[in-house]
Ligand binder design. Structure first.
Ligand code: EPZ
Length: 417
């Protein structure tokens, strides 16, 4: 099991080219099976989650070639409509293949995705929506059996603006004759990137980024080239790293229009943040000051994925910050590790109260999930002495070569097997 070893209190200075978005590329790779030809995806991040998605594509019969940060997916030879249990257990977000497989084959057999470290991750909204499109779904022996001899367009209202359910509906409906509408759709930028990709393939979808998406079915989709949008959560994580070290960092290939809520918080704590169309510059705060209450909300609200990295930042801010985690039921596992490093944080259910500023000290800590692991990296940069972070595999799911990125910005960080 590899670990990260970080010697804290080094100022972070430098330029970072922001990786492609994990949460954009995963549904786009699922969409790639809908064409009979080759798709080429540029700015594809090198992540464990992408590697696992490539395994799913190969299991379906696709040929996949990676050249640095470009991925070629040839779905000509696709022959399977199943995703086996071991692949689903490795990455539950493979549920995003369900709509695409149904669209392609008119049937699907996938293992129940189950929960993960941050919550039980139900898929009721996915299944309810697919049933409205005419999919017959039974669940037995731990598998979801889907048959769709007569898919039909539908007007679907989502009880919650679920990102995955929105994406699954888009993928299932894009080749159903007629008009499907999604009301109360998720508005995340990754949905708009999926719409761009599908429309380039020949689909007719509009409204992504807003709360109503309209899908007019087409008969065929073609292989295309596409560049993935930058990862807004990774970008904001590195801004938090710079902020706690009192450093200056320039993010290249960052899309500040996707990061309003997060950049507001960084400005409110006292950082100077300047942004133009594809660059963000963060200059240090004279003094980091707490911002009051941060409630995680669906986009464009304060993102749940940045809650834990920003909580580490708040331990370095003078004053009290209150985090309310409204999206996932178990997304505070990083707190006990931050407390081990000297943070003053009290938890009551979905509310965490952070009293800052606390002098953090290096310690042996354990990452228990992706963004919680990133939170420990942010804290380690601010801590006096050496921090060892176990279970780096979780961080590798979403951050491409985090130790290379940070060491190029003057951070003393090493990966030890
Ligand atoms: C996506 O997960 C992201 N993952 C998550 O990022 C992100 O935190 C989340 O959206 C919210 O923004 C990917 O895109 C691969 P949801 P997803 O469906 O689609 C409940 C990361 O760290 N819900 O919007 O699973 C659910 O339990 C990951 O990069 C139902 O109740 O999120 C949760 O409380 C973590 N029934 C809420 O909705 C359903 O059928 C949000 O889930 C579906 C969801």
């Amino acid at each position: 099991m590899s670990k990260l070893v970080i010697d804290g209190k080094h100022k972070m200075e430098g330029e970072i080219y922001v990786q492609g978005s994990k949460n954009a590329v995963l549904p786009i790779l699922a969409a790639a099976i809908l064409s009979d030809g080759k798709n080429v995806i540029y700015n594809c991040p090198k992540l464990r989650d992408v590697d696992m998605t490539i395994e799913v594509l190969k299991n379906l019969g696709c040929r996949v070639k990676r050249e640095k940060n470009s991925l070629e997916v040839d779905s000509y030879g696709i022959h399977s409509y199943t995703i086996p249990e071991e692949l689903m257990r490795q990455m539950r977000s493979s549920i995003i293949f369900l709509g695409a497989i149904i669209s392609k084959f008119g049937k699907a057999e996938i293992s129940m995705p189950g929960g993960c470290e941050i919550g039980n991750r139900p898929i009721d909204l996915h299944l309810k929506s697919l049933r409205q499109l005419g999919v017959e779904i039974t669940e037995s022996h731990g598998f979801i059996h889907c048959h769709a001899e007569n898919l039909q367009p539908a007007y679907i209202h989502l009880d919650f603006p679920s990102v995955g359910a929105t994406e699954n509906i888009m993928l299932a409906a894009c080749m159903i004759d007629g008009r499907t509408t999604i009301q109360n759709a998720a508005r995340e930028p990754e949905i708009a990137d999926l719409q761009r990709f599908l429309n380039r393939m020949g689909a007719k979808i509009s409204g992504a980024g807003g709360d109503t998406i309209v899908i007019d079915g087409v008969h065929k989709l073609y292989g295309v080239e596409h560049t993935i949008i930058p990862d807004r959560i990774v970008a904001a994580t590195y801004l938090a790293c710079a902020a706690v070290t009192g450093g200056t960092v320039v993010l290249k290939n960052a899309d500040s229009s996707h990061m309003g809520a997060m950049m507001n918080v960084l400005k409110e704590v006292g950082c100077k943040v300047h942004a133009d169309k594809s660059k963000i510059i963060l200059l240090p705060a004279k003094k980091l000051t707490a911002v009051g209450t941060l409630k995680t909300m669906p986009y464009p609200g304060f993102p749940t994925d940045i809650q834990s990295p920003f909580m580490a930042l708040m331990t370095q801010c003078d004053g009290t910050s209150i985090f309310v985690e409204n999206i996932f039921e178990n997304r505070f596992q990083h707190i006990e590790e931050l407390v081990r490093m000297g943070a003053d944080i009290k938890v009551d259910g979905r509310v965490a109260v952070v009293i800052g500023k606390s002098e953090l000290t290096g310690a042996k800590v354990v990452a228990r999930e992706l963004r919680g692991g990133a939170s420990l990296v942010v804290a380690a940069l601010a801590a006096e002495g050496i921090t060892e972070i176990e279970n780096v595999k979780y961080i590798d799911r979403g951050y491409e070569s985090i130790e290379r990125v940070l060491s190029l910005c003057g951070i003393d960080i090493k990966r030890k097997e």
